[in-house]
Every structure is written in C-alpha cells, then in structure tokens.
Design a protein around this ligand. Structure first.
Ligand code: RIB
Ligand code: CA
Length: 316
C-alpha cells in the first residue's frame, strides 16, 4: 500500500520533536518535508533543530526554512522556559551535514502538495505563519490537501496575558491563524484536549525504560528525561506533549474525539482575548461548522502509542 505523504510545519520545540519522531515511527507515513517557523524559540534555532531532527531520525525529506517573524505582529516572546534555549531541552545534536532546501517553506509545502495529488496530510504544530503565506501565494493550495491538522487554539488557552483564552501558536501570529481558518478545513487539537493527555512521571519512566540504550532511541529518551524533569521539578508544561497528540489523532482516530463547530480567530490586538480561537460551542453563530475541534482524549491509547514509538526506536 502506498504511504501517506506528510508535511510537518513546526517550531521545534520539545513536543514538536516528539511529534516528528512519532510520525516518523508510523509505517504508513512518509514525511516529505519539515518546515520550521518562528515560535518556541527564534527561527534561527527552529531551523537548525529541523535540520538536526531530520538527520538524527534518518528522515529522507526536504527542510524548507519558513518565516522568522509573524505576518504583522512583532515576535513578542519565545517559550524557552519550556523548551530550553536550544529549543530541544537537554538533547545534544551533532552539527547537521545537510543544509536546507533551496526553496522556502511555503514553496516546498505547495510543491509537495501538488506532487501528492490530493493525498497530503499537513500538520502545523507551530504558529501558522508559513501556512498563511503559502495560502496567500498559492490560493489553490486547499484542493491539494487531504487533511490539515494543527496543534493550536482550543476552547481554552495557555497564554496568561490573554486570561488563558489564547493558545501560544495562535497568539504568536493571530492574523496568520485567522486567514488559515478562513481558507482551510481544520482539525484543531487545542489546549482543552491536550490538558486531558498529561503524562505522569511513572509514564515517562516507562517510556525512558522502553528506549533502552539504543543510540537510535537517544532522542526520544532524552526528550522524556528532560520533559519529566522540567515539568515535575521546574513546573513547566512539558508533561503535556501537545504536538504529539495532534499527530496521534491522525494515526489513530480513537485517540481523539472531534466535534464540528464554527470557529474564528480573534486577531484584533486591542482586546484581552487576542489570538483566541472562538468556538461556537452553543451553535448560535448561524455559521456552518468549519472546524473539527478535539473535545475528548483516550489518554491510555495515546500513552500506549508513545510507548510503541519508544519500542520502535529501541529496536532500530
Ligand atoms: O501551546 C503549545 C504549542 O505551542 C505547542 O505546539 C508548543 O510546541 C508551542 O509551539
Ligand atoms: Ca510546536
């Protein structure tokens, strides 16, 4: 059976790295491109991490460098507390041997979408700047995409400045998100779902043990060592592997329960809820649903999938 072509637009990022490792471990997926964007850490760092992740995980794919700043909003704040200054916690990467694609993220996304001829599964697990740019330059992009799944937004958020109405990926570039939600059918794995998938210390311990000491499992093992420590000892939210849940929701439909709602993005910058994905939960907008919103999580299935991922790399 032919594999599903997959693109992961991301801001690696500890949980982005888990997401890429999970997608890479799934036999039905063929990662054809990784496209880094500004987000958890500045673009110079997400770009380097994308190149390094490709090589550490032996992924034969394009790396198209994406945006360094949001479409109009200044790049206000990183998430280095959660991801470390390197963006990948305590993971140490050898210097990458291969460089980026000669084309930028938005051109790589479009070219691969056309090549996939309607079969493309596009993940976006960082700010949506690259996706919005690709849509501005190539208005026919939607017809080439089979499914578009994001980690972002939600019925609740995680940005304190917005009274936790907005989630980081959307809040970094609200205009990009607004345009993307207006142009694409979105599978949205947001904070409300991610909060139902918290990983316990004992589950991190099991994942670490399953990795064993195989060098091929170094990445996932080290991500788990860091995530356990940085959440349980330092109080950061690394016990929520946000981006991996988005990937898991497409691998196994039983992991996440989606419900269809109309959603728009608040992109005004003079309101407290700038960057909120406003979900029409009581269906009073009069607008047709445009978004599949993740509302339920089978955490046991998710953790089991993460453990299978560890076994995959331990056996390489
Ligand atoms: O709010 C969590 C999201 O923001 C995750 O994708 C994390 O990697 C950061 O990008
Ligand atoms: Ca991310």
């Amino acid at each position: 059976m032919s594999k599903i072509p997959v693109i992961i637009d991301c801001d690696p990022g500890v949980d982005d790295s888990y997401a890429i490792a999970l997608a890479n471990s799934w036999p039905e997926y063929d990662i054809v491109a990784i496209t880094p964007v500004e987000g958890n850490v500045p673009a110079a760092v997400t770009r380097k991490n994308a190149l390094c992740l490709r090589e550490m995980l032996d992924i034969d794919c394009r790396v198209g460098f994406g945006a360094e700043t949001p479409l109009v909003k200044p790049y206000a704040r990183d998430a280095a507390g959660t991801h470390g200054v390197s963006g990948v916690g305590s993971v140490v990467f050898p210097d990458p041997r291969l460089g980026p694609d000669e084309k930028p993220a938005w051109e790589v996304i479009y070219e691969e979408a056309v090549k996939a001829d309607g079969k493309l599964l596009l993940f976006a697990v960082g700010p949506l700047t690259n996706i919005a740019t690709a849509l501005r330059l190539h208005p026919d992009l939607p017809k080439y995409i089979n499914k578009f799944c994001i980690m972002g937004g939600g019925t609740v958020g995680n940005i304190r400045e917005t009274n936790r109405t907005a989630e980081f990926n959307i809040w970094v570039d609200p205009l990009a998100a607004k345009e993307v939600f207006e142009k694409l059918e979105v599978y949205m794995v947001g904070c409300n779902a991610c909060y139902l998938s918290e990983i316990k210390g004992s589950e991190f311990d099991e994942m670490i043990a399953l990795c064993g000491d195989n060098p091929k499992a170094y990445l996932v093992r080290e991500l788990s060592v860091f995530s356990k420590k940085n959440s349980l000892e330092n109080g950061h939210d690394n016990n929520i592997i946000y981006d991996a849940l988005a990937v898991a929701s497409m691998i196994d439909p039983e992991v996440v329960k989606y419900e269809d709602y109309y959603v728009y993005v608040e992109d005004r910058n003079d309101v407290i809820n700038e960057g909120q994905t406003v979900v029409d939960l009581d269906r009073t907008s009069g607008k047709e649903p445009n978004c599949h919103v993740a509302m339920g999580v089978d955490k046991e299935r998710f953790v089991a999938m993460l453990k299978d991922m560890c076994r995959f790399y331990a056996a390489k």
